[in-house]
Design a protein around this ligand. Structure first.
Ligand code: SF4
Length: 89
């Protein structure tokens, strides 16, 4: 499995912050109490994002999957290079 893009559904996010506990290099909570992705250039987004835009030198797929699985509302979606949704299944 190789994760290519990911997104956060802001309507589903309840700010439980489990994703941040698992992978704080990638996720943070914004001013509205919702999770966002940390991007290069000090930006953030919850929109569908290529992992290359994340503000990390290399993305650990296993940790990213763990973070998505830790979300109580399944607000984090992961997609592979063909655009197929990997998680939630
Ligand atoms: S774990 Fe889910 S609900 Fe909690 S902050 Fe992250 S995306 Fe939001």
């Amino acid at each position: 499995m190789a994760i290519k893009t990911l997104a956060i559904d802001r309507d589903k996010c309840i700010g439980a912050a489990s994703c941040i506990a698992v992978y704080s290099d990638v996720f943070e909570i914004d001013a509205e109490g919702k999770a966002v992705l940390k991007l290069k250039g000090d930006k953030t987004t919850s929109d569908k994002t290529d992992i290359k835009a994340l503000d990390v030198t290399s993305v650990d797929d296993d940790t990213l999957l763990l973070a998505a699985q830790s979300c109580p509302t399944a607000a984090i979606s992961l997609f592979d290079e063909t655009g197929t949704q990997i998680y939630p299944e």
